[in-house]
Design a protein around this ligand. Structure first.
Ligand SMILES: Cc1ncc(COP(=O)(O)O)c(C=O)c1O
Length: 418
């Protein structure tokens, strides 16, 4: 885990690490709902949103905005670990997944396959566009024991006739991440030309993204889930998928996917995220030689290590307090010990409604969220036989003290109410 000085320096780079601007001091375990925002992101947005100029004009301001956009695109490639392909900024992760899936389905003639682990951003688009195109859509079930999809989960549905397949890199309900490269490889053994589109929105803040090694065609992340802000998502698109017919202005190059005037601040804030990761990678590994991508990978590995320590403390206990996995009335969603768990513990307390647990934690200065059988989470909770659960979603700027605060609250609740 991070040394205290480094953790303090990390927290100092974010707004509202210690307190909510509305409710005062709190530990923030609602990172799957949206991460804390880097101070550098807010400063860059503020600065650039005031600039009135448009792109492509013969003046210095316009030129500067163009340069920031190009820099942003370069940083996005670096972040994705993608040498080829196209990167684009869209409205949200949901919108980008929808656009990629629509284009892939309409450009091909075969079936569409996804999994029940996915977020509705993916399966709603698959269902709709398969329907519009008169194709079949099949959702393979996730494994309720592991709460993820494995390498062979797609076997029952992938045929030589599958032309679009979707994978979720990590679930925002269980926190489990899957082996994208292995699943993609298995899909391609049967359907080598299938377009494979990955939802990386939950995974992005918690570990490496190595698009070049996945053999996929699309990967989507959201700005607000990884230390930037709302109002934009980013997609990487393979050259092969980028070349299919898609919505674009007549006369623009075939690989143009972005539509309309660009918000330079979205690109520039993503560059700030990448600068932050470079800084963190270097801080966490002072011996590290190498370039920007090496530092980004080092940051991802350090993030993973720190979060692993926090999840472990939450499950097994810290500061003399028993952890969630040691408390009788608590059931943890998914296996307690799993190499796939990253930055999240969802749980129920028998005898206390999940919404009440979230409310009591809130009163104790701990922000979590309830996941129930609504259109976001029913697909996961119903097969698991869970009505509602509490989601504690962790990020690398969280501390062991915050975990202790949460465990203190849960232990008190159980002692007082059960
Ligand atoms: C895994 C996953 N996919 C998609 C989305 C939707 O992302 P956005 O809010 O950027 O549309 C979310 C948001 O929670 C998510 O966690």
């Amino acid at each position: 885990m991070f040394e205290p000085e480094l953790l303090a320096a990390i927290r100092d780079r974010f707004h509202f690490a210690d307190e909510c601007p509305y409710e005062g001091p709190r530990a923030f375990f609602e990172n799957a709902g949206g991460s804390l925002t880097l101070k550098s992101v807010v400063a860059r947005s503020t600065e650039l949103l005031a600039v009135p100029d448009n792109q492509g004009r013969a003046n210095r301001a316009s030129q500067a905005l163009g340069e920031l956009i190009e820099q942003g695109r370069g940083d996005m490639r670096l972040f994705f670990g993608a040498r080829a392909g196209v990167v684009m900024v869209g409205e949200t992760g949901t919108e980008l997944l929808g656009r990629l899936i629509r284009s892939a389905v309409l450009a091909t003639t075969g079936d569409v396959v996804g999994s029940s682990l996915e977020h509705p951003a993916t399966f709603s688009a698959c269902r709709r566009w398969a329907d519009v195109a008169g194709r079949s859509y099949h959702q393979v079930p996730f494994d309720t024991d592991t709460s993820l999809v494995g390498v062979d989960s797609y076997d029952e549905a992938i045929t030589t006739d599958t032309s679009v397949a979707t994978i979720i890199h990590a679930s925002p309900v269980t926190g489990m991440h899957v082996d994208v490269a292995a699943i993609a490889r298995r899909i391609r053994e049967v359907a080598p030309d299938c377009f494979i589109i990955v939802d990386g929105i939950q995974h992005a803040a918690h570990g490496r993204i190595e698009v070049d090694s996945y053999d996929i065609d699309g990967y989507v992340v959201s700005g607000y889930k990884m230390f930037s802000r709302h109002n934009y998502g980013i997609a990487w698109i393979s050259d092969r998928l980028a070349a299919v017919p898609h919505d674009q202005l007549d006369g623009t190059p075939p690989e143009a996917w972005e539509q309309g005037t660009r918000d330079a601040s979205a690109y520039a804030t993503f560059s700030e995220v990448v600068r932050y990761l470079e800084w963190l990678g270097a801080e966490a590994n002072p011996e590290l030689a190498g370039g920007s991508r090496d530092r980004i990978e080092a940051a991802a590995d350090a993030i993973r290590g720190h979060e692993h320590g926090l999840v472990d403390a939450l499950l097994r206990g810290t500061g003399g307090l028993p952890g969630l996995a040691k408390l009788d009335p608590v059931s943890v969603v998914g296996p307690v010990t799993s190499e796939h768990r990253a930055g999240m513990v969802s749980f129920e307390i028998a005898g206390i409604a999940a919404a009440d647990v979230v409310e009591e934690l809130r009163r104790d200065g701990v922000r979590t969220h309830v996941r129930r059988r609504d259109h976001y989470s029913a697909g996961i909770l119903v097969p698991l036989g869970i009505d509602a659960c509490v989601r504690a979603s962790i990020c690398h700027y969280n501390s062991r003290d915050e975990v202790e605060r949460m465990l203190g609250s849960v232990n008190r609740m159980i002692a007082e109410r059960l």
